[in-house]
Design a protein around this ligand. Structure first.
Ligand code: NAP
Length: 246
């Protein structure tokens, strides 16, 4: 009999999950019936110890609010996860629990799909876990970048000028502002600085078109949402769990 390979997602209040459906569809397409993917809704991160106790567990994804807190429960980190300081994928092999950051891969693939030679500098809106993965990729690609955040950024949303927006041709929106159901919400942002030379990537994938995407595309910018990143981070996790190299 084939060994069972259990996968899943840990987070808090995650009754709906893109990942569960994505991986269950994948098992179906690949006709592998020894894999399963479960939702582990944890009120406290300490409860992850119960999940690790399952000898059939191959690994899991990690979502808000545990991407940093999980690190204390792991034996090893990939170089990327260590530099970013956040883990969204865990693999257990020979009893060793190792953390990875596949958000960075997902974002890198999204950026590579759209970036053009005139996109020379970037502005990151927000300064949370996803922003750290984004900045890791921008630094790796040697794209100079600044951060705009309510706190701990180079600028905040009140002192950001349209002129500064104009000179940063890649803008990455990493805050949750505008996510379903609050789809009318939008950052207080000087949209007058947006031109048809801009590339806008909003990491939100629900709704497809956030108010931020709508406002920037109306000014001629090229826009992308977070769906491809979401798919690609899941694909990278699948490769890691199955030791596939591409
Ligand atoms: P996080 O660690 O909680 O960080 C959220 C950031 O947004 C913080 O900097 C926070 O600022 C800022 N923020 C929140 N509300 C704000 C507001 N009203 N005005 C201005 N700034 C605000 O969350 P995360 O893990 O980085 O995730 C952020 C978003 O990215 C979520 O929507 C998530 O779904 C999305 N995401 C998408 C993908 C994908 O694959 N597409 C992957 C990862 C994340 P403070 O620090 O001031 O609170």
């Amino acid at each position: 009999m084939e060994t069972k390979k259990k996968l899943g997602l840990i987070g808090r209040n995650i009754s709906y999950s893109f990942s569960k459906k994505y991986f269950e569809d994948k098992f179906h397409k690949l006709m592998v019936n020894n894999y399963s993917y479960d939702i582990f809704d944890l009120q406290n991160i300490e409860d992850v110890e119960n999940i690790f106790a399952d000898p059939e567990l191959l690994g899991f994804n990690v979502t808000i609010p545990y991407k940093k807190e999980i690190i204390g429960y792991l034996d090893q980190l990939s170089d990327e996860a260590e530099k970013i300081g956040a883990v969204n994928c865990v693999k257990i092999e020979n009893g060793i629990k190792k953390g990875y950051n596949t958000d960075a891969t997902g974002f890198e693939k999204t950026l590579l799909l759209h970036v053009k030679p005139h996109h020379r500098s970037a502005m990151v809106l927000g300064n949370g876990g996803a922003a750290k993965a984004v900045k890791y990729v921008l630094d790796k690609m040697q794209i100079p970048n600044i951060t705009v955040a309510r706190s701990c950024g180079d600028f905040n949303f009140k002192n950001l000028s349209a002129e500064s927006v104009k000179t940063h041709q890649i803008i990455i929106q990493t805050t949750p502002v505008g996510t379903f159901p609050d789809i009318e919400d939008c950052l207080d942002f000087p949209f007058d600085g947006i031109t048809d030379k801009h590339l806008i990537i909003d990491l939100i994938y629900n709704p497809n078109y956030t108010q931020f995407i709508i406002n920037t595309s109306e000014r001629g910018a090229k826009t992308a949402n977070g769906f491809y990143m979401l798919e690609q981070q899941a694909e990278k996790a699948w490769e890691i769990w199955n030791n596939q190299k591409k």
